[in-house]
Design a binder for this molecule. Structure first.
Ligand code: TIU
Length: 250
């Protein structure tokens, strides 16, 4: 890991004005360089930790994927979620899912793969990637509590056709802690969307997983390459260490 040092960063306001952040800053030992995070302007975004992707009875497993890989991220996610709650950071959960009538699902996304396992088909935990179905709920370990945002997203990216950007802008939040599944699909897409909208996005590498280890490794490499072309990555221990003085430690 790179040595800890303070990096000055500016707050992106969504306009052409950039204002110096005024709140306390903590520096997280991250790749490709330490990231100075203004804790008061940070949100935790938990991507698609839904039953269908993670549980033995879900459609991810029914497709033959090794869900044990994804399950390995749950423990670290639980620890970060608890620390973020103690620190009073805004927590945002997303779920990938469509309206029951699939009017928000492009046919090109629906009409691929085994027809029995397509979006809207009846899977082992209800209709696949349809809002309100049992498989579309967040796993109990990370269940949202009142005051946390739950954003249903019809795309892979968390910003596509959702209120996420608006929710962050109106609170003046500029830094995102990102975790969830899968690394190279919804997580990477969301990181790229965040980057293009001016957010500093830090992916917690032990809090994200893929069914395919090589894809996870490649996605992380892509994110931090070229001086952090997409964002930053760090182990959750580095984040928890940086947050400890805020009373966020267990
Ligand atoms: N949330 C998310 O990543 N959705 C996917 O469909 N991921 C797969 O890896 N298939």
């Amino acid at each position: 890991m790179a040595p800890i040092l303070l990096v000055r960063r500016r707050r992106y306001t969504g306009t052409d004005q950039h204002v110096e952040a005024a709140l306390p800053v903590r520096t997280i030992a991250a790749e490709p360089e330490p990231l100075a995070v203004d804790i008061g302007r940070m949100a935790l975004v938990i991507i698609d930790m839904q039953r269908d992707f993670l549980e033995p009875g879900g459609f991810g497993a029914a497709l033959g994927n090794d869900i044990s890989r994804l399950k390995s991220a749950v423990g670290p996610c639980v620890d970060v979620l608890a620390a973020a709650r103690r620190a009073g950071i805004l927590i945002i959960h997303t779920r990938e899912g469509h309206r029951a009538d699939l009017t928000d699902a492009p046919p090109i996304k629906v009409e691929r793969g085994d027809p029995a396992m397509r979006i809207g088909a009846l899977g082992p935990m209800g209709r696949i990637l349809v809002r309100g179905e049992p498989g579309n709920q967040i796993i109990p370990e990370l269940k949202p509590v009142p005051g946390e945002l739950v954003i249903d997203k019809p795309g892979k990216g968390a910003f596509h056709s959702t209120s996420l950007h608006h929710e962050l802008l109106r609170r003046g939040l500029t830094h995102l802690l990102v975790m969830g599944v899968t690394t190279e699909v919804c997580v990477q897409t969301s990181m790229r969307e965040a980057n293009d909208r001016g957010y500093d996005a830090l992916l917690l590498e032990d809090c994200t997983e893929s069914y395919f280890p090589a894809f996870k490794a490649a996605a992380i490499e892509m994110i931090v390459a070229q001086g952090g072309i997409v964002g930053w990555c760090a182990a959750s221990a580095q984040l928890l260490q940086a947050m400890a003085p805020l009373g966020a430690a267990a």
